[in-house]
Design a protein around this ligand. Structure first.
Ligand SMILES: *Cc1c(COP(=O)(O)O)cnc(C)c1O
Length: 353
């Protein structure tokens, strides 16, 4: 069936192994992030086979899917009040920034006779989740009083909402704040978590501030690409995921539409380059399944012209290959397109062992 996304498990295991070894060299414990592939247990298992011992996801339902895999589970998105029971049952660590949530977790733990490990998030300017640094001391003073939870450390998330790049300033501040809280409240923290794939470039250069001992990796692990400057990392596979679509129409037509131009199917004003008469191929997949800006044809002579909900239109005029209706076109993928393809129920997932 097409469209399909093929996932090469061996390449994922290779990436996990290489990343894990690099992390070990610098005293970092990596958490592997599974949300991009909807926590498919076969892919998660390939990561664990590479030696990474933690599986982290933003969705609790995804972590529950992974319950039979032998690894520690981490909830990355702040827990909702409505999911605390399952959180305590299925998850070992969660990232937190709200006292009311911590109190609920504590109460649930007391009821179930369990302890839940907590990493407190600090907002260092990216303006998504996290306690504001000025409020941190009061926050921790109240949090340490909550029974049932164990404060294991502090963390930051960057380059998600605000696009802020991790550096010595913001990560140095994280370490300083974490150490200050540790001493002041006798926490014995184990974790200072310095961000996601956008912190990888610092690790690679050996320039992570001393004290950072944890990173959370999705993109760089799965796609071999660090996320601060979007460069490919030597030694990591970037093609563990391949998307394949089938040609349903192939015709020579003009490159510019004929008639008065209004808005396209997504309410946008389209722009067309006049290339004269071109060879246009339509694939049977569209924006419900993929993201045209985040996919790249293996055949570099193909241009992606656009897409509607269920169609992608390609210019195959310059290609050396004599494409036909029924043939398959392959693409490598960036993060957003893996996310979309893995989430779309119309895209078949094919595991390559
Ligand atoms: C998604 C997420 C990550 C992983 O991000 P990548 O850029 O894919 O490495 C790490 N931490 C948190 C809190 C996240 O939500």
């Amino acid at each position: 069936m097409y469209p399909r996304i093929e996932i090469n498990l061996k390449k994922i295991t290779d990436n996990a192994r290489v990343l894990n070894e690099l992390c070990k060299k610098y005293g970092i414990t990596p958490w592997s992030v599974t949300k991009c592939f909807c926590a498919d247990p076969r892919i998660a298992k390939a990561i664990v086979d590479g030696g990474i011992e933690y599986l982290a996801d933003s969705r609790l339902s995804n972590l529950i899917r992974l319950k039979d895999i032998e690894a520690k589970k981490v909830l990355l998105r702040l827990p909702m009040h409505s999911e605390i029971d399952d959180l305590v049952k299925y998850v070992d660590y969660s990232l937190n920034s709200e006292l009311s949530t911590l109190r609920l977790i504590g109460e649930t733990c007391e009821k179930l006779g369990k302890t839940h490990n907590v990493v407190i998030m600090i907002d260092l300017g990216d303006l998504r989740e996290g306690v504001w640094p000025d409020d941190l001391e009061n926050f921790v003073r109240e949090a340490v009083e909550i029974k049932g939870i164990c404060i294991k450390g502090f963390g930051v998330n960057l380059t998600c909402y605000g696009g802020v790049i991790p550096d010595n300033d913001n990560l140095g501040k994280l370490v300083a704040l974490a150490k200050k809280m540790d001493e002041k409240f006798n926490l014995n923290i184990e974790i200072i978590s310095g961000g996601n794939s956008s912190s990888f470039y610092l690790l690679q250069k050996g320039e992570l501030p001393k004290g950072i001992n944890n990173l959370r990796f999705g993109e760089v692990l799965l796609l071999g690409r660090e996320a601060a400057y979007c460069t490919h990392v030597d030694g990591l596979h970037k093609d563990a995921f391949t998307l394949k679509g089938q040609i349903i129409e192939l015709k020579e037509k003009p490159s510019v539409p004929i008639g008065k131009i209004g808005l396209d199917a997504f309410g946008e004003k389209p722009h067309y380059e006049d290339r004269g008469i071109i060879k246009r191929a339509i694939l049977g997949m569209g924006r419900q399944d993929i993201e045209t800006g985040a996919m790249h044809p293996y055949d570099s002579d193909i241009d992606i012209l656009g897409a509607s909900s269920d169609h992608i239109i390609l210019d195959v005029t310059k290609s050396q290959k004599p494409y036909q209706v029924g043939e398959i076109v392959d693409f490598t993928l960036d993060y957003v397109c893996v996310l979309k393809a893995m989430t779309s129920e119309y895209v078949e997932k094919v595991i390559i062992e």
